[in-house]
Design a protein around this ligand. Sequence first.
Ligand code: HEC
Length: 188
Amino acid sequence: MRIVVFSALGGLAAVACVLMGAGNAVADDFVPGVVSSNGTITVPRVDYRKDWAFLGTYTADGGKGIGFHSVYSQRETVAHYRKTGVFPDGAVLVKELYDTKSGDLTTGAVRWASGLVGWFVMVKDSKGRFGENLLWGDGWGWAFFKADAPDKTTTKDYKTECLACHEPVRATDLSYTQGYPTLKGPGR
Ligand code: HEC
């Protein structure tokens, strides 16, 4: 009888350990290098310019001169999106904001990226992992970073700082996919 009781307790402890371990593992392994276990978002620590896929660029004339918005995502995200038309859980969209310079080159009047101003980052979370965290909701994590602080977002609440501007593209999961040829298919 005693053996039965002990083994039952041991079994429970083992189950509890597995559950707790799995809980941490899920949060820590969700998107390593971008999302921490409590839902803090950083600019991806990987060399996304070299190792991720370039999705496309928007040119923005916001009154303060013309800026470039260049967007990157993981290669697996591109493969999944091309196959299914949806962003997979853990998809990261990184938008770099650039000031530009202009001048006459041999092609004519042109413009090129100069200083990096900051990053907008979105992380797909279809499971609502981070509950009441104000950077998470509507299927994504949301954060902005100034160029000198890629680990510390200035965003406090995505609902007031991000969502309204992304509502027009709710049909494409709140992302402006029309500007990303990479998601549509190969270049030739
Ligand atoms: C003033 C409106 C506006 C606000 C505020 C805004 N966005 Fe956007 N966002 C856009 C538009 C429009 C685009 C696509 C065109 C462009 O880049 O100009 C875009 C593109 C993006 C992209 C590139 C991927 C995609 O969805 O197309 C990311 C990432 C992004 N925004 C994140 C954010 C985050 C995070 C916030 C809040 C901190 C935010 N945005 C606030 C309007 C806005």
